[in-house]
Structure formats: structure tokens, C-alpha cells
Design a protein around this ligand. Structure first.
Ligand code: PHB
Length: 381
């Protein structure tokens, strides 16, 4: 995305990707775009397929006590919406756009390392070294953007004392499945249940994406398909018994841990961290991909200003600008997670509090509006 945004400003870039194109385009990742993220794709000319295949949702359902309650974005968030369109398709669309514009992308890059980025005022230029196509490669550049995920090389290349980590690890994970089954509802359902959280989402009119709260180190081999469906039926059931969950062949399943994580600052000399390299949110707020998009929008604007006028102030305030939005998304993701999951340490107080919170959010216009405006996305900058 950053490479595409820079290209539109006439700024050259090289993308170094450790995976193959096929892997990045097939890996099942997030699926919800905020209005601002969808607008960014459209305005920058990479939104055509999203427009055709994506699904616009004007609400989500919170289900608890066997009853569904809709949060209506049209009414509560000024007509803004979310777009259900998978991250791997966004990546594929961006690959197409960059290659059509003769962008340089090295895929399956091995042994990637970053050098000479530490001093923002130094004359020496940063370098990225790696192996690709069986050859050692070196790219010399003005700046490095570490858009290489939580496990990437960029963050650990910054001297440890320069960064402060803020972190919370949750005592549960999500067991997620992709199923060849038409989604059982038109909009997403976030379900609170005494056996644990469940989520109904989707990827297309034919494919459902469903999750259940599980142990953080849950052994997936203990979860044959029929056990997963049984648990989903229980956690998503309505008291009137009228709602039906449609089953279908499970195409893929896996367990993900849940954490909240931020490093500050998100820059060191001429190296900028963006997306999961700098921060992780638990998936309950559907914010991860959207935060990565807003980070790179801020960075592209700062770099544009630098190349146009030599002004460095936007570059210098990159981290500060991003962190204001990131912490609000962290707060929202933590809040959604705390409201909807079963905590083992609970003595009953938290369950009562969670039910009161859900009752409040679905009965107070002010509270529902707060959820809605955060869910569709706070301003990108
Ligand atoms: C998904 O469709 O994968 C999804 C949707 C909403 C979330 C998390 C994941 O909050």
C-alpha cells in the first residue's frame, strides 16, 4: 500500500517481501475494512474489485442472553459503513497495481537485514540486504519503512533501549474456521455466551468465517469439525430457537492468540515502523488492517512533503501522529475484547458487569453511537 501511495506522489520505492506472491494472496487474514480504508483504496485507483466483490454493511449485531441487538451505523455513524473484503484480496489488488506501473517487488527474499538507518542527519544511506533469485542483493535508499509484521526484522534491528513496549496478553485465543457455507446472517454477529465468545463473519456470499473463544494454546487436533459446529450452534443460538446456523465443509481452521501491543516511538533515524511491526490489536475490534493503512497514509504524506519542500517536521512527527489514532483503536479493541469474552478468573462479578455493559450499549443511544463511530473508524489522520 505504501509503495502504491508513494508511486502516486512520484516517489520511487522497492518492496522486499519474504513470502511468495501466491502465499500473500492466499493466506486467510482480516476481512473488515473501515469506511476510510475503503475510501483510500477507491481514491487511489485500487478499489474496483472491492466495489464489485466487497459487501457493504451498515450495522453489526451484538447477541447476548439469546437475543440479538443491532448497532445501526447508518443512523449512529453518519451513514458510514464497513466493507467486508478480505485482506489477501487487497494485497492481490495492490500487487497488480504496482506491477502494472512497473513497480519493483522482490518476493521470496531471504536473510533480510537493515543497515545504516540509525542517524537521521547522517550522510550515509540506509541499506537493505537480502537474497533473492539466488543472488545477494543490496538496496540503498533514503528511508526504510518496516512494514514487515510483528515477527519482521525491522523492529528488532532498532537498539532495544530506544523503544518502550506496552503490552497485554489475553488468557484466551480464537479458533477460526473458513467454511463453504452461505453466511447465516447478512451482518456480523458478535456473541457473548457463558461458554465463551463467538463471532459470525464472512468472506463472500458463499463463504462463512466463524470464530470461537478457546484456550490460547488450544490443540486444534482436539477439535474435529463436528465439535466446532456443535460449539458454534450453542454459542450463537437465540432463545426463540428461530435463528439457524448453516453448516458446510470446513476449508481451513487455526488458532490465534490475542494480544494488545504497542512500541513507542515508531521511528528510529531513517527507519519507520508501520502496521503490525509497531502494534498488535486483539481482533475483536476488526482494526488491525485499518491501522496499518492509516500508518502508511501518514507516512506517505510526510515523505511527499519532505521531497516536495525539504520540510522534515511531518517525518519527525510520524510516530506521534500515528500513535494518537493507534491508542484510540487499542482502547476500543481492548474494550470490545473485555466486554465479550469469558475470563477464567471471574467470580461472577465480571459476568454481571459484562451483561450490564452489553445492555447499556444496546439500549443507550450515546453508548451505541460510541461503539458505531469507533467501529466504522475514527478519522484516518
Ligand atoms: C473476520 O472476518 O475475519 C473478522 C471480522 C471481525 C472481527 C475479526 C475478524 O472483529
Amino acid at each position: 500500500m505504501l509503495s502504491h501511495l508513494l508511486h502516486l506522489q512520484g516517489i520511487d520505492s522497492v518492496v522486499v517481501e519474504s513470502r511468495s506472491r501466491k502465499y500473500t494472496e492466499e493466506r486467510v487474514r482480516a476481512g473488515v475494512l473501515e469506511q476510510g480504508t475503503a475510501d483510500l483504496l477507491t481514491e487511489t485507483g485500487v478499489g474496483a474489485r472491492m466495489k464489485r466483490e466487497g459487501m457493504v454493511h451498515y450495522g453489526v449485531e451484538l447477541r447476548f442472553g439469546g437475543c440479538g441487538h443491532r448497532i445501526d451505523f447508518k443512523d449512529l455513524a453518519n451513514g458510514r459503513a464497513i466493507f467486508v473484503y478480505p485482506q489477501n484480496k487487497v494485497v492481490a489488488d495492490l500487487f497488480d497495481a504496482r506491477l502494472a506501473a512497473n513497480g519493483r517487488i522482490f518476493v521470496e527474499a531471504a536473510d533480510v537485514s537493515v543497515h545504516d538507518f540509525g542517524d537521521a542527519s547522517a550522510q550515509t544511506r540506509p541499506k537493505i540486504r537480502f537474497r533473492a533469485n539466488g543472488q545477494p542483493q543490496e538496496v540503498e535508499c533514503d528511508f526504510i519503512a518496516g512494514c514487515d509484521g510483528f515477527h519482521g526484522v525491522c523492529r528488532p534491528s532498532i537498539p532495544a533501549g530506544a523503544l518502550t513496549v506496552f503490552e497485554r496478553i489475553y488468557p484466551f485465543g480464537w479458533l477460526g474456521i473458513l467454511a463453504e457455507a452461505p453466511p447465516s446472517a447478512e451482518e456480523l454477529i458478535y456473541a457473548y455466551h457463558e461458554r465463551g465468545f463467538a463471532l459470525l463473519s464472512m468472506r463472500s456470499p458463499e463463504i462463512s468465517r466463524l470464530y470461537i473463544q478457546c484456550a490460547p494454546d488450544e490443540d486444534i487436533s482436539q477439535w474435529p469439525d463436528d465439535r466446532i459446529w456443535r460449539e458454534l450452534h450453542i454459542r450463537l443460538a437465540t432463545a426463540d430457537g428461530k435463528w439457524k446456523l448453516t453448516e458446510g465443509p470446513i476449508l481451513q481452521k487455526g488458532v490465534t492468540g490475542m494480544r494488545s501491543f504497542v512500541v513507542e516511538p515508531m521511528q528510529y533515524g531513517k527507519l519507520f515502523l508501520a502496521g503490525d511491526a509497531a502494534h498488535i490489536v486483539p481482533p475483536t475490534g476488526a482494526k488491525g488492517l485499518n491501522l496499518a493503512a492509516s500508518d502508511v497514509l501518514v507516512l506517505s504524506r510526510a515523505l511527499k512533503e519532505f521531497y516536495a519542500s525539504g520540510r522534515k517536521d511531518l517525518i519527525e512527527s510520524y510516530s506521534k501522529t500515528c500513535l494518537r489514532r493507534i491508542w484510540k483503536a487499542q482502547r476500543f479493541s481492548w474494550w470490545m475484547t473485555s466486554m465479550l469474552h469469558r475470563f477464567d478468573t471471574d467470580n461472577g462479578f465480571d459476568q454481571r458487569r459484562q451483561l450490564a455493559e452489553l445492555d447499556y450499549v444496546t439500549s443507550s443511544r450515546a453508548a451505541a453511537q460510541s461503539l458505531a463511530e469507533n467501529y466504522v473508524g475514527l478519522p484516518m489522520e
